[in-house]
Design a protein around this ligand. Structure first.
Ligand SMILES: [Zn+2]
Length: 85
């Protein structure tokens, strides 16, 4: 099968990542619960933002903002379902 470098992702990811993600549904790696990101329990501090599963408390994602970049980690999220627009 022919393969390409990661630049081929540019168009698809630009479309996916430019929306209000709070309506996207995420699966918790801890308990399997699926729910909209808007229903997570969120903690914010100077160090960053942490979203936890409302059912079990597992960390679903973290967001850490630096001076010139943002780090997002979805380690606790098995999959994210993005509604078609
Ligand atoms: Zn959970």
């Amino acid at each position: 099968m022919q393969h390409f470098d990661g630049n081929l992702l540019a168009g698809a990811l630009a479309d996916l990542l430019s929306f209000d993600a709070t309506g996207a549904r995420a699966r918790c790696n801890g308990c399997g619960t699926v729910g909209e990101l808007a229903t997570t329990i969120v903690f914010r501090s100077a160090a960053g933002t942490v979203a936890r599963c409302a059912a079990c408390g597992q960390v679903l994602l973290t967001v850490v903002e630096g001076d010139d970049r943002t780090f997002v980690n979805f380690t606790g999220t098995g999959a994210i379902e993005i509604p078609a627009r």
